[in-house]
Every structure is written in C-alpha cells, then in structure tokens.
Design a protein around this ligand. Structure first.
Ligand SMILES: [Fe+2]
Length: 440
C-alpha cells in the first residue's frame, strides 16, 4: 500500500471509531444528543435500475435529471411526456463517475430536458427502461412556494423534516448546504440519495455547498469531488465557472447561491462572477432577489460564532447595494430570523437574514444563544424544522417556520415581508450599485 493511502486508511479508521464521542465545540458549547442515524437495508435491484433520482432547474424552461446506475453501459437518456407512460420527447446527456479512497461511484447521469411548459406535470423514464417517475415544473409567474432547509443529514429527525416538507405543496426546494453529512464516507452519499429520491425526483432541489460536502482526508485530494459529481447545479447556465456558486431565475425571483467554502475576496472569481450576475438582474422581471449560502452572517447562537464574518465583510456592501431581500443560511443547527439589517444595524433597506440549519443531521441541535439577544434578532429557537417562503406577488411574501414537533399547518414563526423593490429601496440605490459594479 502506498504511504499516502496507508495514512488515509489509518485516519479513516480513527475518524470512524470516534464518531460516537460527544463533540465539544469551543469552550462552552456542547451539542445535545442527536437522534439515531437511519439504516438502509439492502434490496436486490438490477444494475441498470435508476437510483438516487433528483432534479434541478437548468436554465429557462429546462430541468436537469440526475440519477445513478451500477451498470456502466446504461445510456444517459431521458424519455418524457405529459401523459403517464407515453414519452413524446427524448434527451441525451452526459455521465461521470469518481473514485475516492477505496470507493468507486456508480455511473452518474445528468440529462437536461426541455423546453418544458410551466406548472405542468411531466412523466419521465431514465436510461430507456425501468420505473416511471413524474415531476412538476414551477410556475412562470407569482405565486411561487419555496421549501427551505439546510443541514439535512440522514437521521430520524431528517425523515421527520422530509415528511413535513412533503406535505407543504412546494414548487422548489432550496438547500443552503450540508446535505448528506457524508464527509469522507462516500457510501453515505448513496444512502442520502435513496432517502430523498421520493421528494427530489418530483420537485427541483437547488443546493449550495456546506462544510460537510468537502472531503476532509489529509494528504489526499479534497474539494467537493462527490458534491460536484452528484449535485450538478446550473452554474454554466448562469455564467459561472464553478458548481460552488451560481444563480437561477424562477417566477419573478432571482436566486443567487453563494459558496462559503471557496474564495470570496474582492479579486476572487466568485466575487467577479457575483458582480457580473448582479449587473444582469432586472427588478422589473425579477422583483425579488434572494441569496443562499452556508455559514450565516447574522448569528446570535454560540455555535459557529463569527465563521461568516470575513465573507460578510467582503460581500455585504455589494449585496446591500444590489438590494437583496432575503439571505438564507444554514450551518448553525437551529432557527433564527433577523429584522432588516445592514452592517450590524437595523436598516429598512437591508436584508432579512434567516438561519435554517435545523434539518435534522446527526450532530444534534445548537441550543446555546448569546444573551442578551442582539437588537437585530427577531426570533430564535433551537428546534428541528423547515421554512417555507410563499412569494405571493411582486411586493409581498409570507415566510414561515415549522417545527417538526408540530403538525405541518402550525407556523411557529411567521412574518410578512415586503420586497425592497416595492418600498423604494432599489431605485434609491441604483447609483450606488452602479458605482460598486463598475469598481475594480
Ligand atoms: Fe455546516
């Protein structure tokens, strides 16, 4: 065995055997006990059967279908149509695979289908045979309904969160990072794909990366190898050169998915791309401007305190000048919603910041908050749950947070949010934005 592989194997053994030890973060933050990780019994299947099917938006009127087969000869084709079992169209795509330590992935297929009608159910089949799947495309106009939750993992809490989301009739799922909690254990990507397939094969799931997407074995190549191969997002469609940051538009919303774990300083590729993307935003066409990223900028929990500060110092002025309405983050395993805020102060033209890293991962909740509560923090609670953003029209949206311990219709936190475009903040700042975008 090569020296590098031997080191990696020893480290893998150490990390695996230490997983039951309670984790202490910092001096005074101790995570509460998590719920059990789900088990996934092996079931016989044909090697050409599609597994881990999920879909994502892929440019105007298009959807990317992603699935995995054990069989390397299965073609990357998707047949689809608007009647069950009747496929009037076919698209061909691409495939990839990867090796990591002793793990080899199956064949990962990515096929873009379209143009598709909005708000329409399509039936589709992957690889030319097998099960019939169905999906619903999002509406082209308001209202649109997003489900939002980060830090999902694959525990009994995750299952509870997914059951709640399944009942909420959403159009698009937004996931601000920490998806499978696979870290270096690649097979956990496969079990996560199996867990979410019933939801993720029927509605688009739009993700950005968290720290748990990054493989962390020293001396070996690291850097989102599995995430980039398995969860390909529309970065090329949005002019980005990296799957770690991109944007998409749907029904009057421009959503920007930023990367907390790639370069973000002012001469980085991400910052340059962000300026170019903001310059393309037309608030007549997309009155709402959303941003998602993993490490929150406004966080009054002791967990991960200050981890978003340097990214915030670089990018908050740019996002403020652009008039971002809502910024959604994960990472902290709790829920928190801010008032409109900028540069640490209440600001009627600032963004509402929401931390929604309470999906149900194996690490448990982050229960300790800084006291007294900062003046910008409107609501905070350490419970597992999910968020819903119903954008009703160009001026009004209803944000709600739903605890897993409650029935789905119960809203534990709820607030109406006016778009910045509708209250005069965007035109007031267009000169400021132009100056920032034209700057070096
Ligand atoms: Fe995280």
């Amino acid at each position: 065995m090569e020296f590098r592989a031997l080191c990696a194997a020893l480290l893998l053994f150490f990390l695996s055997s230490s997983s039951a030890i309670a984790v202490t973060i910092g001096e005074d933050y101790v995570r509460p006990r998590p719920r059990k990780t789900l088990s996934f019994p092996w079931r016989p299947k044909r090697s050409s059967d599609p597994q881990q099917v999920h879909i994502s938006l892929a440019g105007e009127k298009h959807m990317r279908i992603t699935w995995i087969t054990d069989d390397q000869s299965t073609p990357s084709v998707v047949e689809y149509g608007t009647s069950p079992g009747v496929y009037s169209s076919i698209s061909e795509g691409e495939s990839t695979s990867y090796n990591y330590l002793f793990y080899s992935s199956g064949k990962i297929h990515h096929v873009v289908i379209g143009p598709l009608e909005s708000n329409t159910t399509y039936y589709y089949r992957c690889g030319g045979k097998g099960q019939d799947f169905h999906l619903k495309t999002p509406p082209s106009q308001f209202p649109i309904h997003f489900a939002v939750v980060g830090d999902l993992g694959q525990t009994e809490w995750t299952k509870s969160t997914l059951d709640h989301i399944n009942n909420c009739q959403y159009d698009v799922h937004l996931l601000p990072g920490d998806i499978s909690y696979a870290d270096y254990q690649q097979h956990l990507w496969d079990s996560f794909g199996q867990l979410v397939q019933p939801l993720a094969s029927t509605r688009p799931w739009m993700t950005t990366e968290g720290n748990h997407e990054k493989e962390r074995i020293i001396l070996l190549e690291s850097g989102f190898q599995a995430y980039n191969a398995r969860w390909k997002m529309p970065y090329q469609e949005s002019g980005s050169t990296s799957n770690l940051y991109y944007s998409f538009e749907v029904a009057g919303v421009h959503a920007i998915m930023l990367g907390s774990y790639t370069d973000y300083d002012e001469d980085s590729n991400q910052y340059t791309w962000l300026k170019a993307d903001l310059a393309k935003v037309d608030r007549q066409r997309t009155p709402w401007l959303l941003v998602l990223l993993h490490a929150p900028w406004y966080n009054s929990n002791w967990a991960h305190q200050g981890e978003g500060d340097s990214m915030m110092a670089t990018m908050e002025p740019l996002l403020y000048a652009a008039g971002v309405d809502i910024l959604l983050a994960g990472h902290v395993h709790a829920y928190e919603r801010s008032e409109r805020v900028y540069n640490g102060e209440l600001d009627p033209c600032g963004a509402v910041h929401i931390t929604i890293g309470d999906g149900g991962n194996r690490e448990g909740l982050a229960e300790r908050y800084k006291n007294p509560k900062p003046h910008w923090s409107a609501f905070r609670e350490a419970s597992f749950g999910h968020g819903e953003l119903r954008i009703v029209n160009s001026s009004h949206a209803l944000w709600s947070w739903h605890r897993n311990d409650d029935d789905e219709p119960v809203q534990s936190d709820q607030v109406w949010i006016n778009s910045l475009a509708s209250i005069g903040c965007v035109p007031r700042r267009s000169h400021e934005l132009r100056k920032v975008l034209m700057g070096p």
